[in-house]
Ligand binder design. Structure first.
Ligand SMILES: Cc1ncc(COP(=O)(O)O)c(C=O)c1O
Length: 311
């Protein structure tokens, strides 16, 4: 069992992940200092917040004698690919329940192909059933139904957010020395686990800002608060979610966002993931440019993942 936990593919390439200062005249004019927390460099197959969120879950699954992980996601889900790779590294079978039963007989896209290459078994569910299964995932009857089909399994929700995942994300804050008043740690928000962990891990005075990548996702505030209640038994008042930089909705990359990301890449020689990271960075720049961040703010932007390996 021990050798499974230390299987080579899951050994992080770089921990602590690099903390890189970024000089940019736009921010300097606003009196804002920016650093990038390069979690995208942690691991090639399980990068960024995937590594932070999954490894505590996989360790717990192995310790509790599980042999199979089951999780949920869309057809291009980063989470699905990461679970497939991480599960293989830990010697666990993996099942990916994919939104959309119309995909069952369609040719596999590159993302699902990669998941299958890591041994993940894919099951396709109609959208209504998928939504309902996720909504009732805490209900023992739902888990029983899944286990009737797949056997005993460690079930992770879509996006992988649970208390263990948030604790894993909290660890990234420990790698950033000297945080305090005047510090703002920023990340993209899909399901809220990464933001919940960051906020819970911050020392007094420092604050967290999450940038929602979904449109009309006010429920995410409750999700984050719920993770705090379940994991830490308390509320934290040091975070907020920006709901104005989703770029039109999940997966949408409007021309303005594309132009911002391309210009950032050009200026800083670094590839930027579009669905999450570009939205978060653009939010930071717009808040700084509009004077919404107090002069002297030090922003640490968490780069939660690399660009898709396939354009
Ligand atoms: C690259 C990247 N950044 C951020 C997130 C959002 O993380 P969370 O779901 O914990 O809010 C995701 C989603 O899973 C992601 O793939």
């Amino acid at each position: 069992m021990r050798s499974r936990i230390l299987a080579p593919v899951i050994v992080p390439a770089a921990l602590p992940s690099p903390l890189t200062p970024l000089a940019d005249p736009v921010l300097e004019r606003a009196g804002v200092e920016l650093r990038l927390k390069r979690d995208d460099l942690i691991h090639p197959l399980v990068p960024g917040n995937k590594w932070r969120k999954l490894t505590p879950n996989l360790r717990a699954a192995v310790v509790q004698g599980h042999t199979r992980l089951l999780t949920f996601g869309g057809a291009y889900s980063n989470h699905i690919r990461a679970v497939a790779a991480a599960g293989a590294a830990y010697g666990l079978a993996t099942v990916g329940v994919i939104r959309g039963d119309e995909l069952a007989d369609a040719p596999r896209n590159w993302s699902l192909k990669r998941a299958e290459r890591h041994g993940m078994e894919l099951a396709f569910m109609d959208r209504a059933g998928f939504r309902e299964t996720l909504r009732t995932l805490d209900d023992p009857a739902t888990v029983r139904a899944l286990e009737e089909r797949w056997g005993r399994c460690w079930v992770l929700p879509e996006g992988g957010t649970n208390v263990l995942a948030a604790r894993g994300a909290a660890d990234l804050v420990v790698e950033i020395p000297g945080l305090g008043a005047g510090d703002l740690v920023c990340c993209a928000v899909g399901t809220g686990g990464t933001l919940a962990g960051i906020a819970a891990g911050l020392p007094d005075g420092a604050r967290a800002l999450g940038v929602a990548v979904l449109k009309g996702a006010g429920y995410l505030d409750d999700e984050v608060a719920g993770v705090h209640r379940r994991g830490w038994g308390r509320a934290f008042g040091n975070w907020r979610i920006d709901h104005a930089h989703h770029g039109g909705g999940y997966g949408r990359v409007p021309a303005g966002l594309e132009a911002f990301a391309a210009a950032f890449e050009e200026r800083h020689g670094m590839a930027v993931e579009r669905r999450y990271v570009a939205k978060m960075l653009r939010c930071v720049y717009e808040l700084a440019g509009s004077g919404a961040l107090p002069y002297g703010t030090r922003v640490t932007a968490v780069i939660t993942g690399p660009p898709d390996p396939v354009a």
